[in-house]
Write a protein that binds this ligand. Structure first.
Ligand code: F6R
Length: 248
């Protein structure tokens, strides 16, 4: 997997944001929509900040952009402080000119008996707009991409999953304590992610260094779901120096 080491996450965020905005401009010039797969968490925050800056200062428009988010806790109300719906509007959508009907985020309020058809629909919606042009990813210390935890199958699609204990421990800071973190989530699958035409993964900081090594240098294994990215032909990993500490 091609790895681009950057001095810090500020520099990395600028590069990634510009790859995204160049794609939007190129497709818009061809009269086409751009379909973005988006992530939440700390890794993409500065990328979204830079996209907002380009919108406000350079006229970058999101009128022709369609987005699909990777995941949402389950159950989760969109008004809840920790919801990924809230995260995405606060950190990106509220500050750009995207059409609200072009935003898709898994719905954490879906009735349990409606989850299967809901997830099938999410997959179909992605396909109906021509698939994801560019998928943005972070990586969890469990090795997850999206919320595809260890044990996830390569052919998995959007579904309800159980969160790994490492993921719950890492989310505890957002929820106040471990017990308050939902034990489940809705997530795109490994197959959904690998179906994106292009993938960019951002890894910042020392606490990502061990899992980054496993993902890049270890075998392709369901024990490290991010290692499935080795099978994709257009992935770029952006990492800061700290995240590359364990690489050989
Ligand atoms: C978030 C997501 C997760 C995060 C990962 C890293 O939508 O799908 O896979 O990308 O947990 O989280 P941060 O960026 O907070 O370290």
């Amino acid at each position: 997997i091609p790895l681009q080491i950057v001095a810090n996450k500020e520099e990395g965020a600028k590069i990634i944001a510009t790859l995204i905005s160049d794609l939007i401009k190129e497709k818009t010039a061809q009269g086409k929509k751009t379909v973005l797969g988006l992530a939440t968490g700390s890794s993409p925050i500065l990328i979204y900040k830079e996209l907002i800056r380009q919108h406000k200062e350079e006229g970058l428009s999101f009128k022709n952009v369609i987005t699909f988010n990777l995941d949402e806790y389950y159950p989760m109300h969109p008004e809840n402080k920790q919801s990924y719906v809230k995260f995405m509007w606060e950190n990106l959508f509220d500050h750009i000119d995207i059409e609200p009907q072009n935003v898709h985020i898994p719905d954490g309020t879906i009735e349990i008996d409606q989850i299967e058809p809901y997830c099938t629909q999410y997959e179909e919606k992605i396909k109906s707009v021509g698939g994801i042009d560019l998928q943005l990813l972070g990586i969890g210390r469990s090795g997850h991409i999206g919320f595809n935890e260890p044990g996830s199958a390569i052919n998995s699609t959007t579904r309800l999953v159980k969160l790994d204990p490492i993921t719950i421990a890492d989310a505890a800071k957002d929820f106040g304590n471990k017990e308050a973190v939902p034990t489940k989530a809705l997530t795109m699958g490994i197959n959904t992610i690998l179906s994106a035409k292009r993938i960019i993964l951002a890894a910042w900081g020392k606490n990502k260094s061990i899992i980054l090594k496993k993902m890049l240098e270890g075998p392709v294994s369901t024990k490290v779901p991010a290692s499935f990215l080795q099978l994709h032909t257009d992935v770029t990993v952006f990492a800061d120096k700290d995240a590359t500490d364990e690489l050989s």
